[in-house]
Design a protein around this ligand. Structure first.
Ligand code: NAD
Length: 296
């Protein structure tokens, strides 16, 4: 059993925290929302009144917060985690934030004497609840070794991606590819159907041919071929347009800084930005099928 703190008990964090409790860890939980803390307490965590209180005596802290600003405030703000954590406490941030924010947080943590890992996840709320997330981790190898059993209580795949920030790099590069492949898959299904080839027959052929990809075989944006996909429930998320747009913006900001060309990534961002501007933030990202079909 490890004494842990969990901070950020939202859509993702609540399930992750509950899985740490289930795995037998002693977890002190804090969120700015008292209701979220109450829910965590009902799942067996110890409610804390502040981040400082949560990390007192903790061997490691896991954070799951909306964006980079929240992560920096939670760790390094006045009365934040770094000011209260005991020496040797391991910082694990599972939020999706920019590569620069993550590397800056690791540097500041190191200056304060703490090891810091960026450990963003792939998989949504259902995977957070089921404990089947994929973690992509950046940071020192010895810190990664200490974090592994904690991460394994919340996920089924845990990868060490290399130095600080590399977890975030893996996450944004993956999701930029996912956005592009999803839009391409929508266009291909729409093309096939427009020319008289039904979705199931096209799926049967293309899913065993060279067009095969995850967006098609696991998350088909055309209703029918993949029963569990959001396309069969009016494109309810799943993974919402707003979340995909957040990740695309992070990816393209980093692409700009790195001088890495991302023309299709830019185009994908423009498409999701338009969907968002038109009021479709809450649609699953595969709902771009409706835009391709001219329905929205
Ligand atoms: P959320 O908004 O539901 O939860 C965030 C929680 O953090 C909220 O409960 C909020 O009150 C709390 N919070 C904010 N600032 C705080 C602070 N200083 N101290 C304590 N608590 C604070 O967000 P979410 O959907 O759980 O996502 C969390 C992170 O996971 C994001 O970075 C997101 O990009 C990433 N992510 C989300 C999904 C998804 O499907 N929702 C999938 C993969 C990754």
């Amino acid at each position: 059993m490890t004494k842990l703190a969990f901070i950020g008990l939202g859509n993702m964090g609540s399930g992750m925290c509950a899985n740490l409790v289930k795995a037998g860890h002693e977890v002190a939980a804090f969120d700015l929302s008292a209701e979220a803390v109450q829910r965590a307490a009902e799942a067996g965590a110890h409610p804390a009144g502040s981040a400082g209180q949560a990390v007192a005596g903790a061997q490691a802290v896991v954070t799951m917060l909306p964006a980079g600003e929240h992560v920096h405030t939670a760790y390094f703000g006045e009365a934040g985690i770094a000011a209260h954590a005991p020496g040797g406490c391991l910082f694990i941030d599972a939020s999706t934030i920019s590569v620069n924010h993550a590397r800056e947080a690791a540097r500041k943590a190191q200056e304060a004497g703490f090891a810091y890992l960026d450990a963003p996840v792939s998989g949504g709320v259902a995977a957070a609840e089921a404990g089947t997330l994929t973690f992509m981790v950046g940071g020192e190898a010895d810190a990664f070794a200490r974090a592994r059993p904690i991460l394994e209580a919340m996920g089924k795949n845990v990868f060490h991606a290399g130095a600080s920030g590399n977890g975030q790099v893996a996450k944004i590069a993956n999701n930029m590819l996912l956005a592009i492949s999803m839009i391409g898959t929508c266009e291909a299904f729409n093309l096939a159907e427009s020319l008289g080839l039904d979705a199931q027959t096209f799926f049967d052929i293309s899913s065993t041919a060279s067009g095969q990809c995850w967006s098609m075989t696991s998350y088909c944006p055309a209703p029918g071929p993949v029963p569990a996909a959001p396309s069969n429930r009016e494109y309810q998320p799943g993974f919402a347009v707003a979340m995909m747009l957040k990740d695309l913006r992070l990816a393209l900001a980093s692409a700009g800084e790195a001088g890495a060309p991302a023309e299709l990534g830019e185009h994908a961002r423009a498409i999701y930005e338009q969907l968002s501007a038109d009021g479709h933030d809450g649609l699953d990202f595969s709902g771009v099928m409706r835009r391709v079909k001219g329905e929205i």
